[in-house]
Design a protein around this ligand. Structure first.
Ligand code: DGL
Length: 266
């Protein structure tokens, strides 16, 4: 048993989609969340810079007692997960991976779409996953950087966001995809609008629930789970930090998480 918090970080608010799934599976766990909103987006940045930011944030979360680090950002996972594991060999890490496998297993048209950041698509991690799981399936990779900022602004389904979604997704639809993989944690918050743009015949594949399961598996296997709650509805505390301005859109994170969360300066 270990009542230390689970540390989670992202370039911004996207990782709340992963936090939400972790919360459903293990509500008793306390959470430390770090949003690097001062430096979002990570997608257009060089790998070395993303590694440096990820290293700094991991140190911060460990100094604040995190027992495991969840890299709730595909871009940071692609750029930095391996170097983080080398730098902090005794800390368990769980990262994001584009859900090519489930999409490739199910496709009937033989074409799947992936939306993610440029840095994710350029990574070895992405190339490895495609190589391993997309056998004989066409993977249409669509960088869609502006969507990250739309989510940061809380524009989940505004006319401008819809316009961007059509711009990115219509060519993939014309190319015959029957699933769209959300390769960026921010995009979970656009799932409803994406569903309406792509229609019923295209499945949306979001890796967040699988990542939450992996987090639970790791803490259970390593004896790191928090002790059972005293009452059935006792939830662990959520402590959240942002490198940005906590008073900016202060209610947005709560709206996104569906549970009260208040950001403070580190
Ligand atoms: N949530 C990050 C991801 O999953 C956003 C990327 C960014 O900051 O550009 O890739």
């Amino acid at each position: 048993m270990n009542n230390d918090p689970i540390g989670i970080f992202d370039s911004g608010l996207g990782g709340l989609s992963v936090l939400k799934e972790i919360r459903k599976l293990t509500p008793v766990e306390s959470i430390l969340y770090y949003a690097d909103q001062d430096r979002v987006p990570y997608g257009p940045r060089p790998k070395e810079e993303i590694q440096k930011f990820s290293d700094e944030i991991t140190r911060f979360l460990l100094e604040h007692g995190a027992k495991i680090i969840v890299v709730a950002c595909n871009t940071a996972s692609a750029a930095a997960l391996e170097s983080l594991r080398q730098t902090f060999p005794h800390i368990p890490f769980v990262g994001m991976e584009p859900a090519i496998k489930p999409a490739a297993e199910k496709t009937k048209t033989g074409a799947i779409g992936v939306i993610a950041t440029q840095a994710t698509f350029e990574s070895e991690r992405f190339a490895r996953v495609v190589d391993r799981f997309a056998k004989g399936v066409r993977v249409l990779a669509q960088p869609s950087p502006d969507l990250v900022i739309q989510v940061e602004k809380g524009e989940f389904d505004t006319p401008r966001t819809r316009e961007m979604l059509h711009h990115y997704l219509d060519p993939l639809l014309a190319d015959g995809i029957d699933s769209i993989v959300l390769g960026c944690t921010h995009y979970s918050f656009l799932a409803k609008a994406i569903g309406e743009v792509v229609g019923d015949t295209v499945e949306i594949v979001d890796p967040a629930p699988a990542v939450a399961k992996q987090v639970k598996r790791v803490i259970d296997q390593q004896g790191l789970a928090a002790s059972a709650p005293l009452t059935s509805n006792l939830k662990g505390a959520i402590t959240a930090y942002t490198s940005g301005d906590p008073s900016d859109k202060a209610d947005l994170p709560t709206q996104m998480l569906g549970e009260s969360i208040h950001f403070r300066k580190p």
